[in-house]
Design a binder for this molecule. Sequence first.
Ligand code: NAP
Length: 310
Amino acid sequence: MKNKKIAILGASSHIAKGLIFNFMHSEGFELFLFARFPEKVKKFLKENNLASKYHIYKFERFFSGKYDVVINCVGLGTPIKVKQASGQVFKLTEDFDNLSLAYLLAHPKVLYINFSSGAAYCSSFNQKVNRNSKLSISVSNIKPENYYGIAKIYSEAKHRALDKLKIVDIRIFSYFSRFIDLEGGYFITDMLRSLKKKDTFITSHHDFVRDFLSPQDLFNLIYLIIRSKPFNGAIDAYSSAPISKFKLLDYFVKHHSLKYVFDRDFKFWPTGGKSLYYSSSKKAASLGYKPKFSSLKTVVTESEYILKGN
Ligand SMILES: NC(=O)c1ccc[n+]([C@@H]2O[C@H](COP(=O)([O-])OP(=O)(O)OC[C@H]3O[C@@H](n4cnc5c(N)ncnc54)[C@H](OP(=O)(O)O)[C@@H]3O)[C@@H](O)[C@H]2O)c1
């Protein structure tokens, strides 16, 4: 069978790295990798001995190429970046989404996979979301922590309106891999940074639940979407089981001698506090998706690569 031509926009991103890694360990794909700094992508490929069929370009070359699938990884992937970007999140999201949509309008047979977020539910996340969840934003009091979710739901709505085109929005809640930026400002990256530096980890006394998707499961989901009957819709991504912060702390105390203290004044929620940040929507199962990794297994397996650099 002919190789599928896959274009990845934002090939230097955390999620793109996991996808590139998995695509390159699979048969039947040719990758077209686009980034504003292509040398970052080249460095990543070299460091990871990845040498299968690929082409690396700046974004300017994107429109003139021919692809079967476009995967958009451009965005703000970490709490620190979301905080720094503030209102810029709208323009960044729209610019690269519009670029992808323009390509799709010129090539309507192409499949466009976009990364949305659990934040698109614009919920208070005091309970897990599901396919019947409704937005809850104070219309007359929109806050900076709402911007990211609004940018995501706006893109999704635009995609649903283009219902003749093959557009799939994958909502990621949490994603973790060995390629994560430890300066990202997540609970998990702050904890790993403390462990690496042998510092006492300072965290809030609140527990929360997260659903860490593994790179392999995300790749499998994308593989199924590429192979499935074309559709236009959104899908929540999930691991085989979410995990609470306190359980993760217990694991790292037991297996890595983590030391931590609670700081009752600790506050860092650039996209809003999220006690239960996961979904019970299992729409992806209808494509044959069955996650192999739990959140704990994902964090344990992938963090080994990070911690062995100690
Ligand atoms: N990671 C998660 O847990 C998570 C969860 C939910 C949703 N998502 C979504 O998934 C997508 C990818 O996330 P990620 O974690 O992989 O993101 P990431 O690591 O922060 O990478 C973002 C990508 O966007 C590029 N980019 C940022 N600003 C740009 C600009 N002004 N012009 C051109 N390129 C720019 C970055 O390029 P440089 O490398 O040059 O900066 C990088 O390639 C995003 O849309 C994010 O919102 C991620």
